[in-house]
Design a binder for this molecule. Structure first.
Ligand SMILES: [Zn+2]
Length: 428
C-alpha cells in the first residue's frame, strides 16, 4: 500500500447525526419525533437496560404527542445474525413502525440500525452484510428516522454508519456499513450514566480515548489515491474536522477521566465524559480507527476465563474498551515515526503535566500506561489470561481486520502485529 499516491485525494467528507445533549435531553424525544410525523415508534433495548426503566420512560412520553410506542427488549449483548433476525422479525410482525429509538449501548443502537434497514428495504440481512461474508448491497430506499440514546458512554454507535454482528455459521465478526445507517439524531443525557460502575466507566472511557487517539493518528485523507464520487466511504481518514473533535475529546478526558472513575457521582465529570464520548464519536465516525481496535477483536473473541469488575459475572469477557486499550501503548510506539509531532501533541493533551521522556517515542505509551494503572485497567494481556502461546492466534485474528488496518498511518505486517502483542503482556 502506498502512502505517497500518484494522484492524492483532495476531498474529505464529514457526516454526523443531529444532536441533543444535556441532563434531561432524553425526556424530549416524544416532541422531537412528533416533528418527523411519526405515529408508531419501536423502542429498541436489551434486557439489562430495560430493567433500569429508562426505555419504558422514553416510550411513555410519546403518548402526549399522539405517538404509539412499543418496547422491544430482546437485544443480544453480543449481536449475531440470529439476534438481528429475531429483532427484525419482531419489528415486521408488530409493525409497521415509522421511526425507532435505540436506548442502550452499541448493541441496542446497532440492532436498531439493522431493524431500520431491513424494515424499509427489500431482501435479506446477508444481502447487506459487508463482503466477502455477505453481498454488501447498498439500500435502495430511504430509511426511517432513528434516534439513538446511548446509556453507556463510549461506543460512539450513535454517530457511526456501521452495525457490528457475529455471523454464527462463518464464525466471523463483520458489519453492515452504509451512510444511510447513521442515526438521524443522537440524544445524549449524561444523567443516564450516573449509576455506571467504576469498572465500566474505566473501560468505556478507554474506548473513548482510543477512538479519539486512533482517529487523530489515522492515515490522513490526503495520503489516499483520489476517489470518484461513487467510491467515497464514510471513513475517509484523518482530516481537519475530525482532528478538531478528536483533540477536544482528549482534552476533556485529561481533566475528567480519573474523576469520573473514582468519583462516579461527580456530575461535571460525568457530563465531560459524555461530551468526550460524543466528540470522539463525531471524529472517528469520519476518520476511522485502526490498530488497537483491530487487535481488540481477537482479544475479546478468544477470552478464556476473565471476569471484569462491574460487569455481569455469568460469562467470561474482556469488555470492548478494555480489549482496545491493552495494546494501545505499544501500537502508538509502533506508529510514532509516522508523525512524531502528532504523537507528542496527543500525549500533551492527555496529560499536560507529563515530563518529557528520554526517547520522545516513549512519551505517549508512558502517559497511557500511567492512566490505565490509575483507573484500574488490568495489567495488560497477561492479566486477562493471554501468554506467548496465544500470539499466533491473536495475530491471525488481527490480520482479518483489514478494513481497520487500512486506516493505520503505515503498513502493518504480521510481524509488526506480533511485536505489538509481545510488548503488551505486562507493564507494571
Ligand atoms: Zn471502540
Amino acid at each position: 500500500m502506498s502512502y505517497h499516491p500518484a494522484d492524492p485525494e483532495s476531498i474529505f467528507t464529514y457526516g454526523a447525526p443531529r444532536l441533543k445533549f444535556g441532563n434531561g435531553a432524553s425526556e424530549e424525544i416524544g416532541y422531537d419525533l412528533s416533528l418527523t410525523g411519526a405515529r408508531r415508534v419501536l423502542v429498541v433495548t436489551d434486557p439489562g437496560i430495560a430493567a433500569t426503566g429508562t426505555p419504558q420512560r422514553v416510550a411513555d412520553q410519546m403518548a402526549r404527542f399522539g405517538i404509539e410506542a412499543l418496547v422491544y427488549d430482546q437485544v443480544h449483548v453480543e449481536p449475531t445474525d440470529a439476534s438481528f433476525q429475531h429483532a427484525i422479525d419482531h419489528a415486521l410482525a408488530a409493525g409497521p413502525f415509522d421511526a425507532s429509538v435505540a436506548v442502550g449501548g452499541g448493541p441496542s443502537i446497532d440492532t436498531a440500525k439493522a431493524i431500520n434497514l431491513l424494515t424499509t428495504n427489500p431482501g435479506e440481512l446477508m444481502d447487506y452484510v459487508n463482503v466477502p461474508v455477505g453481498q454488501g448491497r447498498a439500500p435502495s430506499k430511504p430509511l426511517h428516522p432513528l434516534v439513538a440514546v446511548p446509556t453507556t458512554t463510549g461506543t460512539g454507535a450513535e454517530s457511526t454508519t456501521i452495525c457490528v454482528l457475529d455471523v454464527l455459521e462463518q464464525q466471523v465478526k463483520t458489519g453492515i456499513s452504509h451512510a444511510a445507517l447513521r442515526p438521524t439524531m443522537a440524544v445524549v443525557d449524561p444523567r443516564l450514566t450516573l449509576t455506571q460502575p467504576a469498572g465500566v466507566t474505566a473501560s468505556a472511557g478507554m474506548d473513548i480515548l482510543c477512538h479519539a487517539l486512533e482517529s487523530w493518528s489515522a492515515r490522513p485523507y490526503t495520503t489516499y489515491e483520489r476517489k470518484t464520487p461513487e467510491e467515497r466511504v464514510p471513513y475517509c481518514g484523518a482530516n481537519p474536522v475530525s482532528d478538531m473533535w478528536s483533540s477536544r475529546a482528549m482534552q476533556l478526558l485529561a481533566t475528567s477521566f480519573r474523576r469520573a472513575v473514582h468519583h462516579g457521582d461527580d456530575e461535571q465529570a460525568r457530563t465531560d465524559m459524555a461530551l468526550a464520548s460524543t466528540f470522539a464519536g463525531m471524529g472517528f465516525s469520519n476518520a476511522g480507527v485502526h490498530i488497537p481496535h483491530a487487535n481488540a477483536y481477537p482479544i475479546a473473541g478468544r477470552v478464556k476465563d476473565f471476569h471484569p469488575e462491574g460487569y455481569p459475572r455469568e460469562e467470561p469477557m474482556v469488555p470492548h474498551g478494555m480489549s482496545v486499550s491493552l495494546t494501545a501503548p505499544e501500537a502508538f510506539r509502533f506508529t510514532f515515526d509516522t508523525n512524531p509531532q502528532r504523537h507528542v501533541e496527543a500525549a500533551r493533551m492527555l496529560d499536560p503535566q507529563a515530563e518529557m521522556t528520554d526517547d520522545p517515542a516513549d512519551l505517549l505509551p508512558t502517559v497511557l500506561a500511567r492512566l490505565m494503572r490509575d483507573i484500574g485497567i488490568p495489567d495488560w494481556l497477561a492479566a486477562v489470561g493471554y501468554d506467548e502461546s496465544d500470539v499466533d492466534h491473536l495475530v491471525g485474528g488481527t490480520m482479518k481486520q483489514q478494513r481497520l488496518l487500512a486506516a493505520a498511518p503505515k503498513d502493518v505486517t504480521e510481524d509488526d502485529v506480533a511485536a505489538i502483542f509481545r510488548g503488551s503482556f505486562a507493564n507494571w
